[in-house]
Design a protein around this ligand. Sequence first.
Ligand code: 5RP
Length: 234
Amino acid sequence: MSVAKENAAMAALEFVEDGMVLGLGSGSTAEIFIERLGEKVAGGLKVSGIPTSKRTAEVARESGVPLIDIARIDSIDLTVDGADEVDQNFHLIKGGGACLLREKIIAHASKRMVVIVDDRKMVDTLGAFALPVEVDPFGMTLTANQIYAALKATGCEDGVTTLRQTRDGDGPLVTDGGHWILDCRAKSIPDPAATARALAALPGVMEHGLFIDLADVIVIGEIDHARVMEIRRD
Ligand code: 5RP
């Protein structure tokens, strides 16, 4: 387990208050957070979790974090989630774990989003990490061409897309929502908000991994401590 991820996850616990409805992110850093949250629950903390993936639901159950059906809530107090890249404006690339659609639905419904990363995820310009885009399998080749054009039109250095496969190599990876993932090698995304708008306008795109103006707090885990950066959105 990475010490930096552990430090970020532990620091994020400070944002959790008794009685909160929590969005529970996906990925290895979020899983550490959920395990540590489970220890707090065992000590008497009362929270309800909304998982962003089937895998996260499993981890929450194993860790003793109570879950609540998303259909039963109007809003979420706080979401704690990981990211693949974070820039200085708190824009994110997410979806390395193929959970971006549910992660974005939950982040968007949250009053506050805390992002937990190790320091290697901080970048000046997004795009070295291939941007995940969740697409409907129908017409996927057409959609891939449109994505390439959208990335180039908004100033990205490249836009070549690769259909993500399962680890076992038995075909395209299918998301929890039943879609496929195109990983888009943008190399650099100079105007993330413009790229996000262009991708969102494509009908075959179910969701893209650019999270614009959603993160309020970035917790950066380092080897011996965690740094907290906050942005005011009011
Ligand atoms: C999953 C995600 C994850 O938050 C992201 O991939 C980071 O994962 P990790 O904490 O394992 O580095 O977006 O869709």
